[in-house]
Ligand binder design. Structure first.
Ligand code: ADP
Ligand code: ADP
Length: 221
């Protein structure tokens, strides 16, 4: 069983703000976990620390049984590439690349893919799975918000990670697209990926297997 485990994790920023206060959490494959809570409660920090985008001040982060504090920079990058996919509120697409090229970006650093045509083939397949086949040659500026977020999800899937971490993935979307994105994330969790979504959108409650509330850096279970 693949897992992300946080054990007694605290995060104090340089300015003295304690954004995470003794947080423990396990995300398993096939599980959709939603973390809700007010703005400033520490949700983004939780995702950044669980996703190895930032380090914690104390406690342990264990991904697929690797205690990440024991890994050097290269191994950390390797775990991040192979095990984790990220989706952000503001999509974070490269506006100079077409949809399928955006999806290919993470594959460029994955030695598993040898040729551009192999990467493109996989990108097209992923675009199809998120319902974007007819938009693959478009640039982000030519796509709606919902379409851009589907490109971002396909990109998060490009290296076939065990986990998808999403930070307010519907924050910039209308309610129709909200549903489409949560549906897509749910599909991924039922297909065996672990999904950790940070959101203050009530709609996520209809999708999550577990809903956790973050309050002043404390995760209420
Ligand atoms: P949320 O995602 O729930 O809005 P955040 O994790 O972004 O909460 O923020 C938690 C707390 O940490 C807030 O008080 C915020 O101001 C503070 N914070 C977030 N990022 C930083 C940072 N890089 N440096 C200092 N303080 C930060
Ligand atoms: P979706 O249901 O995917 O959000 P919309 O109904 O919002 O799609 O938009 C339909 C079409 O209009 C999209 O396929 C897209 O090509 C175009 N479109 C919508 N919003 C934008 C935008 N902000 N910029 C460029 N094109 C857009």
């Amino acid at each position: 069983m693949k897992t992300i485990e946080l054990k007694n994790v605290s995060k104090i920023y340089k300015n003295g703000v304690k954004a995470l206060d003794n947080v423990s959490l396990t995300v398993k494959q096939g599980e959709f976990i939603a973390v809700m809570g007010q703005s400033g409660s520490g949700k983004s920090t939780l995702l950044q620390v669980a996703g190895l985008l930032d380090n914690c001040t104390s406690g342990q982060v264990i991904i697929n049984r690797n205690d990440v504090s024991s890994l050097n920079k290269n191994l950390l990058a390797d775990v991040r590439m192979k095990s984790l996919g990220f989706v952000f509120q503001s999509f974070h697409l490269n506006s100079h690349l077409r949809a399928y090229e955006n999806i290919m970006v993470p594959m460029l650093i994955n030695p598993e893919y040898k040729t551009k045509s192999e990467m493109k083939e996989r990108a097209l397949h992923l675009a199809e799975t998120v319902g974007l086949s007819n938009r693959i040659d478009h640039y982000p500026g030519e796509l709606s918000g919902g379409e851009q977020q589907r490109v971002a999800i396909a990109r998060a899937l490009s290296n076939n990670p065990d986990f998808i971490l999403a930070d307010e993935p519907t924050g910039n979307l209308d309610s129709k697209n909200e549903i489409a994105i949560f549906d897509e994330l749910k599909r991924l969790s039922t297909s065996g990926k672990g999904v950790l979504v940070v959101s203050h959108n009530d709609a996520v409650k209809d999708y999550a297997d577990r809903i956790l509330i973050m309050k002043d850096g404390v995760l209420e279970q």
